[in-house]
Design a protein around this ligand. Structure first.
Ligand code: ZN
Length: 288
């Protein structure tokens, strides 16, 4: 096994020695620095298996390319470099005791009345431990099914990103994340406005999971682009190039519509009126 770290994005990836790559999986940079392996990274604990194979992931990408009128037709011909990857994330489960307060609609002068309570419920949060894939990308690609098995030797055939966040680091983010999750649910259920609350966690369990993703990289108009595909569900996340001609046509149509509206809603023509408007003060001054 070898481990390389990208100077550009900070992502560290462990590969089988014979599958080493010259380019960063995440940002296509070539500034990869092999890390000394005196302490081999610990293997992940739990794994969410891949349910989508390479062909299905490519099919999903092709569908995505055709999925919107805005995408250039030439996008269908790009050479997609698809790489499966285990993405590290901490899954945290806890029983959340939430002390909440907020305002509900009422027949009072302000139309609101305070309300408070205590709620208990199980909640789960995924805290990404990746530098290569952003928390926003991971949140969009979610959900991932629960991890169903332990890490096995075979899983090492697929490259894995090394976690950039320790368990202690993840735990500091769990409280805020679970508190926000439960508060959103309670606020929706109780029809709360301006809801707030404090949570206490019971029976907190965290485990480092390897999430199945495909990183799809392609070049378009001399720029690198990237998509992330959830390897368990096939959900694709990414920004797509926009067809510039279609964009120009849409803008032109928008401008024409605005002009047409401005013309249509203009005040009726009353020839000579502007001069009349300007006159009275002068006229009054003359008459006084
Ligand atoms: Zn990189």
């Amino acid at each position: 096994m070898i481990v390389v770290r990208c100077d550009a994005c900070g992502g560290s990836v462990a590969f089988d020695a014979e599958r080493a790559r010259a380019q960063c999986l995440f940002c296509a940079a070539v500034a990869l620095e092999p890390l000394p392996l005196d302490q081999p990274p610990p293997p992940p604990e739990r794994v969410v298996p891949f349910a989508i194979d390479d062909a299905a992931a490519r099919e999903g990408f092709a569908k995505w390319c055709r999925g919107s009128w805005w995408r250039p037709a030439a996008l269908r011909d790009v050479a997609l470099q698809l790489q499966p990857l285990w993405l590290p994330a901490w899954r945290a489960r806890a029983e959340v005791e939430l002390h909440w307060a907020g305002l509900v609609a009422a027949r009072t002068r302000s139309g609101r009345r305070p309300r408070a309570g205590v709620d208990r419920g199980a909640a789960e949060a995924m805290i990404p431990a990746s530098l290569g894939v952003s928390p926003a990308e991971l949140a969009q690609a979610a959900p991932f099914p629960p991890a169903s098995r332990s890490w096995s030797g075979h899983d090492g055939a697929i490259a894995r990103e090394l976690p950039s966040l320790t368990e202690a680091g993840a735990r500091t983010r769990v409280l805020a994340t679970l508190e926000a999750t439960r508060l959103r649910e309670v606020a929706a259920r109780e029809h709360l406005h301006d809801a707030g609350g404090t949570a206490r966690l019971h029976a907190l369990a965290t485990s480092l999971e390897s999430l199945p993703v495909y990183i799809g990289a392609f070049r378009f108009r001399d720029r690198p682009w990237r998509v992330v595909i959830n390897g368990a569900t096939g959900k694709l996340v990414g920004r797509a190039p926009i067809d510039r001609v279609k964009l120009a046509i849409a803008i032109a149509i928008g401008v024409l519509l605005l002009l047409a509206f401005a013309w249509w809603s203009r005040p009726p023509d009353q020839p000579g009126e502007p001069e009349d408007d300007a006159q009275p003060s002068v006229a009054r001054r003359r008459s006084s």
